[in-house]
Design a protein around this ligand. Structure first.
Ligand SMILES: [Zn+2]
Length: 436
């Protein structure tokens, strides 16, 4: 795969993946197109009997986490080459009883998901997408993915004339200041008994987007607001990618493209977990049993699995903070990753990252073999360090792990900025890893 094709594919994937559900669905569709067979956790897996089974498979959990793998040799003898990433990004999620009317405007109550940078959410053209559960005429329960696709809402800023201190100290009350405006109600609809109901709007949407679904009544939903502005390559020399959810759909896409290029020699696995932004402690999150349970089915005996894991490596790919020219003092002066200068090895003495000298040198060698530049990051010693799925997965399954990622700006903003070529550099390193 060439660099321009890679970047085009990345932007398209981000645009089509406004929520973890959509990301998972798009990854699954690409895997199917490339000869992967879907497995279901409730089924007996035919490949369970032997770890030497050759084949390409994937399995989803909660429609929002996905594990894909290729078994090409004896797992106990050769272990797994694993890449991890996460499907979720900070955002605003709609509350269960969301409708509220204030000053004649219909608004939807929202919860903040993860550590969102909230200021950039104001004055954006927002749409809404996610998973909707409904019953059909026979009272059967189903769920489907929906996407309003159009800008249907906005969170207008308060004018500076009404808050002269806004540039110095505007703070955001998450309960009071965030509910997006979705419509100005006609006078006759202003009393609460005739207010438009989100579930009715969703029923219309499900019937339009899934005409064969027989949807009769919407029961529940998990919906996130997102910015409709499409991802773009920007800069005088087109050096940057500007997009929502670069953290961490960039790594999901990069891991996926690398996995598709495996060459039938090694046992390769890609895990993309939901719920990283809220601590990973869920049934489908990295702190849950999903990956361990899949590995157990590939190596059913405990001793086999321990032996396989001892021969395995996990590359946990999640974005790193590039050194910002306007805030350069926020980085250690020897550890300021630059955009378009290659993936970053993330290290933390207190194990907020799982990297150790052994795993770091394995990744450094990989980058060398793939002819890819590589950088190093540690947080300033007087600042707290973030974390990611790497140390969590390492502690759950006990596998050697390295935390890496491409440098970005504006992490957790509604629009983040990355170097145009770093994803492609990371892809080349991961492809080398999967090919051996
Ligand atoms: Zn992340």
């Amino acid at each position: 795969m060439q660099d321009v094709e890679f970047v085009d594919g990345l932007l398209d994937f981000i645009q089509r993946s406004p929520t973890p559900f959509h990301a998972c669905d798009n990854i699954a569709a690409t895997l199917r197109e490339n000869g992967f067979t879907e497995l279901f956790e409730a089924d007996d897996w035919a490949l369970q009997a032997t770890a030497q089974h050759s084949g390409r498979y994937f399995v989803c959990r909660n429609d929002s986490s996905i594990i894909a793998f290729c078994i090409n040799s004896d797992a106990v003898e050769h272990g797994f080459q694993m890449v991890g990433a996460h499907t979720d990004s900070p955002c605003l999620k709609v509350k269960p009883q969301a409708e509220k009317v204030s000053q004649g405007y219909l608004q939807l109550g929202v919860e903040v998901y993860g550590g969102a940078l909230l200021n950039p959410w104001f004055d954006r053209d927002l749409s809404l997408a996610g998973r909707v559960s409904f019953i059909d005429a026979a009272d059967e329960l189903h769920s489907v993915l929906v996407d309003f696709e159009q800008a249907i809402a906005s969170i207008p800023s308060l004018a500076i004339h009404l808050d002269r201190d806004a540039n110095d100290k505007r703070s955001i009350n998450k309960q009071q200041h965030l509910p997006p405006l979705v419509m100005k109600l006609p006078k006759k609809l202003e009393d609460s008994s005739s207010t438009p109901q989100l579930r009715d709007l969703l029923l219309d949407l499900v019937q339009r987007q899934h005409p064969g679904s027989g949807a009769h009544q919407v029961l529940e939903y998990e919906l996130s607001f997102y910015d409709v502005q499409p991802p773009a390559v920007i800069g005088l020399h087109q050096d940057f990618i500007a997009a929502a959810r670069l953290d961490n759909l960039l790594s999901c896409y990069t891991g996926l493209r690398a996995l598709l290029d495996e060459n039938g020699k090694r046992n390769c696995l890609l895990v993309c977990n939901d719920h990283e932004e809220v601590g990973s402690m869920s049934a489908c999150g990295a702190q849950g049993p999903f990956l361990h349970s899949v590995l157990q089915r590939l190596c059913p005996q405990a001793a086999q699995l321990t032996r396989a894991l001892d021969r395995s490596l996990l590359i946990s790919a999640d974005n790193a903070h590039g050194v910002h020219p306007n805030y350069a003092d926020k980085h250690d002066d020897k550890h300021g990753p630059l955009l378009n200068a290659g993936p970053v090895i993330k290290t933390n003495a207190n194990q907020r990252y799982a990297t150790n000298s052994h795993t770091a040198s394995l990744f450094r060698r990989l980058c060398h073999q793939a002819d890819v530049p590589v950088q190093a990051f540690v947080t300033r010693s007087d600042m707290a360090c973030g974390s990611t799925i790497g140390p969590i997965t390492a502690s759950v399954i006990g596998v050697d792990t390295i935390d890496v990622g491409v440098p970005t700006f504006a992490m957790h903003s509604i629009r983040e900025l990355a170097g145009r070529w770093d994803g492609f550099y990371l892809y080349r390193a991961l492809r080398e890893f999967f090919r051996g």
